[in-house]
Write a protein that binds this ligand. Sequence first.
Ligand SMILES: [Zn+2]
Length: 443
Amino acid sequence: MKRVLVFLLAAAPLWGAGLRAGVARKDITPRDPIWMSGYASRNHASVAVRQQLWARALAISDGAGAPTVIVATDVIGLPAEVAEQVAQRVRAKFGMDRARLVLNSSHTHTGPVIWPGLATMFTLPAGEEEKLRGYAERLTADLVAVVGEAIADLAPAQLSYGFGRAGFAMNRREATATGIKIGVSPTGPKDHEVPVIKVAAPDGRLRAVVMGYACHNTTLNGDFYEITGDYAGFAEGKIEAEHPGATALFLALCGGDQNPNPRGTIALAEQHGGELAGEAERVLGGSLKPLSGPLRSAYVSTTLAFAPQDPAVYEADLANPRAPVAAKRRARAMLDHPVRETAYPVQAIRFGKGLTLLALGGEVVVDFALRAKAEYQGEPLIVAAYSNSVMCYIPTERILREGGYEAVDNLVYYGQPGPFAAGVEARVFDAIRAAMKKVGRSR
Ligand SMILES: [Zn+2]
């Protein structure tokens, strides 16, 4: 009897000594027609629901202290106002400090505006803002609730991980005679890795799958007015349909400058979703590496400075009859309430000495993931973006110099003053190093 017990204890670390997991999902589909986000061309509310939107949560506990919860949400991105409200309520209700809560958004462009995120982008007819405020309130409550349901579901689990690849992400920063435009850049940097985390019950039953990909969730364009989760939603839905009772969580990685290719139709969104789900299934069926505790987490909030702007720039936008209405809205806002910097969150979650999830705020371009993975070798890294809050794009120095949408134009729609000051990449990496150090990782 004693010999058997010794054997079991020795074998336990193979399957994540003592890790427990809980899973929950909540339907966050807007109940009525609602203004959709992502494209400035939107000129009316949604007309139908093609696919439901979900908030999906995975709670993980190593038995010490509060659990860590990863929430994957089929929305464009959470403004800091929503993310912080969720985090405060989660802390009050479940005793989880900020570092233990990861809020990732899939960046679907066929979902609702998450007020006040990207509010500068739209000219809303009377009554629409009130609906958006109502949706943001409901989403806040749903995100807190789904965290609680995942915690209540905690039970012994086997966690393991592996990596695959999918090829539909294409660098979109196309060099043209008049500068960098959103198009296709087949030779531009990309990251086709598909990290997969498997969560199984002790009897082997699949309970959850976490999969990531570095690509904008924008197969569908601004002329499509039906609610969907785009390719990420179709990938999640396909895995859940094939494994009844299991929950699939998509993590948006550093795809700020990556688009699905080709794009433009619902059939292509399903095709890309099918490719991603198929690759996740292939990884699940292969040999995975076990994950174990202890779970370590860190949350670092830094600030990123924008380049100083002369108020005359905004006066000129207001005076220019040909300036886009969004530029005029940004100009008015900046003259009334000047902005000089933005808060920026960097988070790290480390499983034993096996795997680290680095979760970055904002629309992070792919170079950050490539650089972070090159700098932190030895233990694998998943570099997520669109995590916690999304305040604008996060460019590298190269992209800041080159210009284009990810460096300049997006800041109009995000209601930010203008491009970042030089040094933004170093500031982000300072915060990455601080977070990684807190979970015991050095370069
Ligand atoms: Zn985007």
